[in-house]
Design a protein around this ligand. Structure first.
Ligand SMILES: [Cu+2]
Length: 302
């Protein structure tokens, strides 16, 4: 049924996008079926039982079976739609563990994309086909919304906080990327493209990075800002050895890591001797991205 949309500018680029279409069309189909059925019955009854037609008054005053039918029928249909919709929503919201992280920084009025390889892009997002990708997104100023119609997916970006969006694009091509949250006078110009390429091409493209890998830049910041003094594993350290701890337990989510950096008091557990200062206003967003990415790599089994 979705083939209908393929060439009409509503092309889909992931399996989940097609599932969203199918569910939408199912809901639309059921609505049409009932809507048309009711309309036809209404018109037919108006003509058949009009005044002067000589037919008896058709008003039904009792009919338990009929009542049960019109109560349970729509209820069951709605429960099925809810079940399908909730299932899809849950899958869209649960990031697969193996997803490739790519970082998105939104600012008035552009998208900055950072790949772990060190490759960066403006208003373009290059992703490998067939691979689960998770975007970790943050805004530098106001609320933006990352919207890719071809993926049937959208998520807001906020200042000082990471939100994530995952997808697995399965069709090579270029798809429009839009900001779906009015974010200032040039909001309408905050557009770009999502470029889906073959995995080998993505690897080749990443190899041409003009900057150091993200984790490397994160490691520099880790030293520069004195993180290592407390979190580097020294005997008299006043904080947990993060590399060792995350290697054992896995890294927390980017949002939780960022909160630990910007608002440490909210995240400190146990009885460490010195409270950590907040790094709000100290790190800019690209630095937050590099540092959080480094902390995420601590938790990856190698
Ligand atoms: Cu915007």
């Amino acid at each position: 049924m979705t083939a209908l949309f393929q060439d009409g500018g509503l092309r889909t680029a992931s399996r989940m996008a097609r599932e969203v279409d199918d569910l939408t069309l199912l809901g639309l189909g059921i609505t049409l079926l009932f809507g048309i059925g009711i309309l036809v019955a209404l018109v037919a009854f108006c003509i058949r039982y009009r005044r002067g037609a000589g037919r008896h008054d058709p008003t039904i005053t009792r009919g338990r079976r009929l009542e049960l039918l019109w109560l349970t029928g729509p209820l069951l249909i709605n429960l099925v739609l809810f079940w399908l919709g909730a299932g899809l929503f849950t899958r869209a919201a649960s990031v697969p563990a193996d997803a490739l992280p790519i970082y998105v920084i939104g600012r008035q009025w552009m998208w900055e994309i950072q790949h772990p390889s060190g490759r960066a892009e403006l208003n373009h997002l290059t992703v490998p086909r067939g691979r689960n990708v998770v975007l970790q997104m943050i805004s530098e100023d106001v609320i933006h919304s990352f919207y890719v119609p071809a993926l049937r997916t959208k998520r807001d970006l906020y200042p000082g906080r990471f939100t994530s969006l995952w997808f697995a694009a399965d069709r090579v091509g270029e798809y429009p990327l839009l900001c779906a949250e009015y974010c200032g006078t040039q909001h309408a110009g905050m557009i770009g493209t999502v470029r889906v390429v073959e995995p080998e091409e993505y690897e080749r493209w990443c190899a041409g990075a003009e900057r150091a890998p993200l984790a490397e830049r994160g490691a520099e910041l880790f030293e520069e800002h004195g993180c290592a003094a407390c979190h580097g594993g020294a005997d008299d350290a006043s904080g947990p050895h993060l590399r060792r701890r995350f290697a054992a337990t896995g890294s927390p989510s980017p949002q939780r890591l960022l909160r630990s950096i910007l608002d440490p008091a909210a995240e400190i557990r146990g009885s460490w001797p010195v409270g950590m200062p907040s790094y709000r206003g100290v790190l800019d967003e690209p630095e937050m991205v590099a540092l959080v990415h480094l902390l995420r790599t601590f938790g990856e089994a190698d």
